[in-house]
Write a protein that binds this ligand. Structure first.
Ligand code: IMP
Length: 421
């Protein structure tokens, strides 16, 4: 029995979907513990491509997908994703925590309005209502999935909450109103549709662990979007680090056996905020085009740059990562020279710790180590020693710097394009 976790070590979009899919074959439960439909996971099975935003990707493998209490859930999106999967012949085995907070229409309205007010200082959110929903959760005025089951109790909760939201609407000059009865009808209807999935998932998971079942915890976003350890305030509103899984799924830290950190072979970021290794030249374009670097959720182009090991080391330390999975190595094919950032230069001073102050990060210039590139390699390469020598050196350098073993190298989107090291 193992409880494994897969988390991103950069700014999200590291290719976690594929690695989660890879490990799902051995897991009984695949669990999301934070975030909402701001995430986007792409899974390629043969010629079929699945894009999931809130449903854990393990359901594609027929595993039970669990949406943990630490997630925020837009019921409309969840119901849509269930329907879409059913249309493609997958009846997802799904559980939704009775404690997960629900994204309401006012959260989406406020997300957009706040971004508009911030103008050129905006976070660049996905506008899915994530931040306002987590704010309400912490302020103890959230609606949770258990509240959707009884129309009467939902009405009582909304009678308390709606007047407060109306005040926020005034502050943000949102002209549309909040119709209490409409909300009660719509969300209790969602409740009826989702009732079959709503359950005390923390208890189910702990029972499974005590019965020696395999559990896979699937992180969304990446460490640099963590609200505590990321590039605050240009982060998401949840804990994307390994610690977030304990509170977000209700699993004690001592029960987690392995923490796999996903490292994309280069760096990408969507939205605003500093990214020291960002490239604005032809190499940046190469990475964007070859890596299909467009957001799964918003279709926004991702910013691309060289691999930043200051970022990855920071992530490995915070989450106690035990193994590394390198993704999208093939995207580097054909580049004559490669660079890896090993530290930053801040006004002449060399620093190797990721700074807390975002203004300081903006002034950090990457200190690079250069590597020779390699030509194309065969998509069928199945062992590390058959990779080009230059690629092996590139990977060995990463491993040595991180002092954590690389256990997987992904060389393409398909399930078979995976090298176990
Ligand atoms: P929010 O999560 O919608 O509030 O957005 C906050 C920041 O996190 C923005 O910069 C988003 O682009 C970024 N973000 C949120 N989810 C993802 C993701 O799944 N991948 C990459 N970036 C994300």
């Amino acid at each position: 029995m193992t409880v494994k976790m897969v988390i991103g070590t950069q700014w999200g979009d590291e290719g976690k979907g594929k690695v989660v899919d890879y490990f799902s074959k051995d897991a009984e439960y695949v669990v999301r513990f934070q975030g909402g439909n701001n995430a986007g996971h792409t899974i390629k099975v043969g010629d079929e491509i699945y894009k999931l935003h809130i449903i854990p990707s393990g359901v594609i493998q027929g595993r039970t997908g669990v949406i943990g209490n630490g997630c925020v859930v837009d019921p409309e999106v969840l119901i849509y994703e269930i329907e879409q999967l059913k249309k493609r012949g997958i009846n997802p085995k799904l559980l939704l925590s009775d404690r997960a907070n629900i994204i309401m229409p006012y959260h989406k309205a406020l997300d957009g309005a706040e971004e508009k007010l911030l103008a050129d200082k905006k976070i660049g959110t996905t506008k899915r209502g994530i931040g306002p929903c987590y704010s309400d959760k912490i302020a103890r005025r959230g609606i949770r999935s258990c509240d959707l089951i009884s129309k009467e109790s939902l009405r009582k909760k909304l009678e308390l909450i709606a007047p407060i939201q109306k005040q926020f609407y005034k502050v943000f000059k949102i002209s549309e109103g909040i119709d209490l009865e409409e909300l009660v009808d719509k969300y209790s209807n969602y409740g009826s549709q989702l009732k079959q999935y709503i359950a005390p998932t923390h208890k189910i998971l702990n029972d499974a662990i005590s019965k020696q079942k395999n559990v896979l915890l699937e992180g969304a976003q990446g460490t640099m979007l963590d609200v505590e350890f990321g590039t605050y305030p240009y982060t998401t509103s949840s804990n994307t680090v390994a610690g977030g899984a304990s509170s977000g799924a209700g699993i004690g830290p001592r029960n987690i056996d392995e923490i796999i950190g996903i490292v994309k072979a280069y760096t990408t970021r969507v939205g605003e905020g500093p990214m020291p290794t960002e490239l604005f030249d032809d190499v940046g374009k190469h990475l964007a085009i070859k890596g299909h670097e467009y957001g799964t959720t918003t279709n926004r182009p991702r910013r691309c740059g060289w691999l930043d090991l200051v970022v990855v080391k920071h992530s490995c330390m915070i989450s106690g990562i035990t193994k590394i999975a390198i993704t999208k190595l093939d995207v580097l094919n054909g580049l004559p020279k490669l660079k890896i950032c090993t530290s930053y230069i801040f006004y002449g001073k060399n620093i190797s710790e990721f700074p807390a102050d975002i203004e300081m990060v903006k002034e950090c210039k990457p200190d690079y180590k250069e590597f020779s590139g390699w030509e194309e390699f065969d998509a069928g390469v199945s062992s590390f020693k058959n990779l080009p020598k230059e690629a092996q050196l590139y990977l060995k350098f990463i491993e040595k710097q991180l002092k954590i073993p690389i256990s997987i190298v992904s060389i393409g989107p398909g399930r078979s394009e995976t090298i176990e090291v």
